[in-house]
Design a protein. Structure first.
Length: 131
């Protein structure tokens, strides 16, 4: 299953059909629907990676793709996060090693509970900076 990024709506991935990979657009379901059904996730630079970590999905970051450096620097070495350069590496980890899931520590590092005062302070600061 390959979920297109919102900016890829017109992209043609017909070559994936030959590999029995289904491509889906952006109107079928939101990303959380697919993350809840997934076993793991693979990506390079997407906020969906952070969302998938909240679903405790083993996360594979393809480090040699555009902009992956930022994600690698933030997540490298974290439990349940694997830096890879090829599909063969993903396969090897999935089928030949014990796959770990991200833990609560990583989730808390990336996401924090809603704090109403912090939201008001941040929005106020944004408004002031844009006046």
């Amino acid at each position: 299953l390959y979920k297109k990024h919102p900016y890829e709506k017109d992209a043609d991935y017909s070559d994936l059909k030959h590999k029995k990979i289904t491509t889906i657009g952006n109107n079928e379901h939101d990303i959380c629907y697919y993350l809840a059904k997934a076993y793991c996730q693979v990506g390079a630079y997407s906020t969906a990676l952070y969302e998938g970590i909240c679903f405790k999905l083993p996360t594979f970051i393809i480090s040699n793709l555009y902009c992956a450096d930022d994600v690698c620097n933030l997540l490298q070495g974290e439990k349940g996060v694997y830096t890879v350069e090829s599909a063969a590496q993903v396969y090897d980890i999935l089928f030949n090693k014990t796959v770990k899931k991200p833990n609560k520590n990583l989730i808390n590092k990336l996401w924090f509970p809603v704090n109403h005062e912090r939201i008001i302070k941040t929005v106020t600061k944004i408004i002031k900076n844009n006046q």
